[in-house]
Design a protein. Structure first.
Length: 109
């Protein structure tokens, strides 16, 4: 309903949810971090850093914007290439223009 009926007012809200729960959660996390050993803290930071690297690498390689940007550059380079039919049409038009030019010079002489 949150997506289909966005304008409906929500009757239920978490009591003290906007400030109490985040504050208590943050204090509990700080308390837990103070009670661990240095080796555990180092492991936590190492695993967190590894997780962040994996997370952002996955996001970079699977980004829709990156794929669109990459496909646009490929499309732009493909559009600038001429096909065999285009070259044949150009030569055919040049031959017709050459024939017309030679007829004009013959009739003018």
């Amino acid at each position: 309903m949150r997506y289909t009926h966005r304008d409906i007012s929500r009757a239920f809200e978490v009591p003290f949810g906007s400030w109490l729960i985040p504050t208590v959660g943050s204090l509990l996390c700080i308390l837990l971090m103070k009670c661990i050993t240095k080796a555990t803290g180092f492991r936590f930071l190492a695993w967190t850093a590894l997780g962040q690297i994996i997370y952002f690498s996955y996001g970079f390689w699977h980004s829709k914007q990156r794929i669109l940007r990459k496909s646009k550059s490929v499309v732009g380079s493909v559009e600038s290439l001429r096909t065999v039919e285009d070259i044949r049409e150009q030569y055919a038009q040049n031959e017709v223009e050459l024939d017309l030019a030679s007829e004009n010079t013959k009739s003018g002489v």
